[in-house]
Every structure is written in C-alpha cells, then in structure tokens.
Write a protein that binds this ligand. Structure first.
Ligand code: ATP
Ligand code: MG
Length: 484
C-alpha cells in the first residue's frame, strides 16, 4: 500500500534530509517522485491544461497529492490557480461559482466535480486581533468576535497560498506542465515521518478555524499518522471553540471523520482530545456516566456500529450517513426511552418522545437534515417492531423501505452483547426462506411467544346500563399497551 511513499523517499532522500536550514519550495522533478499523470483523474488533468492554455498557473493540491504519495486512493481532486473564481467560471461552461466564506468554482464532469480555488493570502495573519470584523486589504475578509474567519477571499500568490493551508502535507503542489511537485512547508519530510504538522502557530490557526482541530484528528485516524507535539498541544484547551462553528458544517465534518473507513480509531482520538463532546454532547455525557443496561452497553454498541461502517467502507460497500447518526444517538434514545416509560408513558409514545428530545438536542451541535432524521427515526422504531412478527406482520415488515437498515441495526445490537433471543437469526432465516419455511417460522414464534408479543385479545365491551344514573365517570387506564 505504501509503495508510492517508499519510492518517493528513496529517490528524494537528499531533498528530504537537508543538513542546513531548508529553503522552500523544494521542487521535486518527475524522475524523483512516484506521482504519475496516469494516477490522476483525466478530468482534473483537463482542467489544469485548460487553465494553463488560458495563461494561468494551475496546480493540483491537497488530499490528491498527499494521498497519492502515501499510496492511497485520493477521494477527490482539488485544483488551485491564480485565476479568480470569476475568471475560472468564464473558462468552463460546465462550472458554477459556490461558497461565501470561501468562494470557489466547481467544474462538473458527469458525477465528478473538480474543485478549483484561487491562491489565497492568509488574511487573518495580518489582521489585528483587537478589531474583529474588519475588512482587510480592502478585500473580502471578515472575522467573528471569537477570531474565527468568516470570509476568506483575499487572493495572493502561491507562497501565501501554501502558508494559509492547514497542514504541511496539504501544501504540496503538483505542476502538470513539467510533472514536478513543489513542497512549500516541508510536507514531504512530514509524510516520511508520518507526522501531522500544522503550518504556523497552532493556537492562531485553530482560533481562525477551529475545524482544523477536527481535520488534524481526521488525518490521524485516516492515515494512522501522529500529531506533532505543537500541533497536538492546544487542542484540548481550545476544543470549546467548536461551539461557534455552524452546526451544518460540523454535520459534514462528522460524516468525513467517521466515514473515512477508520471510524473506530477516529472515535477514540476524538474522545482522547476532548472534541467528541462538542459533536455529540448527549452521547458523550452518557458514555462518561457509565450508564449501561442488560439490553444496551452504549460504548460496546457504538464501537460495533463503527466497526460495521469501517468494514463496509473497506470492502467498497456504500454506507448511509443516517445509519451512522442513528448508531451514535441510539444510547441516548434508549436512556430517554427508559426515563419516559418510568414516568408512566407507554412504550411507543415514549420512544417517539425520546427520539424527538435526542434529535432536538443534537441539532444544536450538528445539524441533521430531515432527509436523514426521518430514516433515523424509522430505524429506531424498527427495533420495537422487529420482535412483533405474528400473523402477517413479518411479511409487511419485510416490505418496509427501512427494513434492511433496521435489521442491520438489530444485528449490531446483538453483536454488541444485547440478548434478543435469536431475533437476528430468525429474521435472517425469514428473509431467505421459502414461503413454507416462512410460515413455519411464524408458527414457531406464535406458539412460543404469543403471550409476549401476540395480539391483545379485546375484551368485549360491557354495555353501560342504560338506567344507570350513577354519576361515576369511566376511568381511563394506560394499561393497554400502545400498538404500532
Ligand atoms: P480529503 O479530500 O482527502 O478529505 P483534503 O486535504 O483534500 O482531504 P479538502 O477538504 O478537500 O481536504 O481540502 C483541500 C485542501 O484545502 C486541503 O488539503 C488544505 O490544503 C486546504 N484546506 C481545507 N480545509 C482547510 C482549513 N480549514 N484550513 C486551511 N486549509 C484548508
Ligand atoms: Mg480534497
């Protein structure tokens, strides 16, 4: 897997271990690195050539260069240029301008999007901390009262652009004109040493954009690299700044963090650095409290859910973001469900109330679009419907659009130690059985557990005596269990 890196290091050793102070950029010619044009997205290469042809500089930068050198498949291809977003937009008819905090251009080729940004100067560095919300260099830049950069559209040259990037290994530029790599901040050396090093002063860089703390953890989880000491040092103390990040941005970050294929490592790191509580406050409090029941061990359950997601990603299967969120919030739902029932609420309304409460609390930290919260509720609901299989119910449940997700979720509960009397196995057999086998399976539960889950026999209503002149009102009871 790491052949790319080894090759690069062997060829470029003299560049990577400078005896004296290094001057940047280090330019590594094609012959000395492993990144070949064949590895690149043809569409990204097309964008680079078109920009060059129009007279602009253009480089590949960020994750695509970094990941290739490390020997892993990059997720996407980012281009950076000295053309302004408007100029880029004018060159590509298949493009659109996006972003406000950070203006850029998306060039679309079918399903592939090549993101093109303009060289930026690190505007916040020149800013005066005592005067937030000031406009810089007469251009489009602004900071919040907490020093967070709200808009960053001050353009600069490539050196400035490199300096305002987050980590040294993200400031490597690939030049398609001569196939060289330009290293502005020592990223190659850090890749060789498997280190994540922030560019500039860590505190200042986290203050400008607290999401960089999450990105540091994301790369540590994804790449298995270590955080260099100064990069790691302020994180715990500055983690609270995440409270000032819009929930919609944090929602996206969580998906990237836990959907990288190394969700378990990332989850541990997020907790270790005190960041998890700003993403999932309820879940974190519950994990800290040590709350556990026979039917749920929160930590074991979350780890099992993350393991399932990691396995799916690593074997090239798709994962649904709502499933991940449903896993992370389930322990809190279970806790609230128990509390509402203890207050006398019947099981199903208590579940719905618990789901509402947990989701309401969660959206203050990370937004959850309705298209995700609806299937999350359905998955949770399924956990109480899947045990009820008598009569036609099993056949109906099988047709439910969320059956598969609900069933997978149930398996995770079982794998994490919850004893559901072989329910997962029953459903496994039922899904794959012939009609006769399915009927036998239903019979088997009908005879065993009718008392437990069978339909309640309605008692014939007693007619009110017509001549009753008693003024007693009929008493309503909550003893009838709510039936979905
Ligand atoms: P991946 O795409 O694999 O998740 P990436 O490093 O490419 O990783 P992107 O979010 O695509 O991440 O960003 C592209 C590049 O933009 C980064 O490599 C980095 O140079 C720069 N960048 C992104 N986010 C920030 C940030 N918050 N602060 C500074 N630079 C950033
Ligand atoms: Mg990227």
């Amino acid at each position: 897997m790491l052949t790319g890196l080894k090759f690069l290091v062997r060829k470029a050793t003299s560049l990577l271990a400078p005896p004296k102070a290094q001057t940047y950029p280090i330019i590594i010619p094609r012959s000395d690195h492993s990144l070949s044009r064949q590895d690149l997205s043809p569409n990204a290469v097309k964008v680079l050539y078109r920009l060059n042809k129009a007279g602009y500089d253009a480089f590949l930068v960020g994750g695509c260069v970094r990941d290739h050198l490390i020997g892993i498949e990059p997720k996407d291809f980012d281009v950076v240029t000295n053309a302004t977003p408007e100029e880029v937009h004018a060159i590509f008819s298949n493009s659109r301008l996006i972003g406000r905090r950070f203006k850029l251009v998306h060039v679309t080729f079918g399903r592939e999007i090549i993101e093109v940004s303009t060289f930026r100067a690190n505007s916040a560095q020149d800013d005066d901390d005592s005067t937030p919300n000031t406009s810089l260099k007469g251009k489009d830049s602004a900071r919040s009262a907490h020093g967070i950069v709200l808009r960053d559209n001050v353009y600069g040259n490539i050196e400035e652009d490199a300096e305002r990037r987050d980590f040294t290994f993200n400031a490597l530029y690939y030049n398609v004109q001569d196939f060289s790599i330009h290293d502005y901040c020592g990223g190659l050396k850090d890749i060789e040493n498997k280190q994540i090093r922030i560019i500039g002063d860590a505190r200042q860089r986290y203050q400008e954009d607290p999401v960089r703390m999450l990105r540091a953890i994301r790369f540590a989880g994804k790449l298995g690299f270590e955080l260099e000491a100064e990069t790691a040092a302020p994180i715990k103390e500055m983690a609270h700044l995440l409270d000032h990040i819009p929930p919609a941005r944090l929602f996206e970050e969580v998906l990237k963090l836990l959907g990288s294929g190394n969700g378990i490592d990332t989850f541990h790191l997020l907790r270790q650095y005190g960041l998890f509580r700003y993403l999932f406050p309820d879940t974190d409090a519950l994990l800290q409290s040590g709350w556990k029941r026979n039917d749920i061990d929160p930590e074991a359950f979350i780890l099992q859910g993350l393991q399932n997601t990691d396995d799916r990603i690593q074997s090239g299967k798709t994962t649904a973001p709502y499933f991940l969120y449903a896993v992370l919030l389930w322990p809190s739902v279970a806790l609230r469900h128990e509390e509402f029932q203890a207050q006398g609420m019947p099981a199903t309304p208590a579940l719905h109330q618990a789901a509402n409460m947990v989701l309401d609390n969660q959206v203050a930290s990370t937004a959850i679009p309705r298209r995700f919260s609806t299937p999350m509720r359905e998955i949770w609901d399924m956990q109480y419907r899947l045990p009820k299989r008598y009569g036609k119910r099993a056949f109906l449940l099988l047709e439910h659009p969320r059956f598969r997700a609900g069933f997978d979720f149930l398996l995770i509960r079982e794998l994490s130690g919850t004893n559901l009397d072989g329910l997962g196995d029953w459903w496994e057999k039922f899904q794959h059985g012939t009609e006769n086998q399915q009927r036998d399976l239903i019979k088997s539960i009908d005879s065993f557990s009718k008392d437990k889950e069978g339909p309640k026999k309605r008692r014939p209503r007693r007619r009110k005596k017509s001549n009753s002149n008693s003024n007693t009102t009929s008493t309503t009871t909550h003893s009838e269990t709510f039936d979905e």
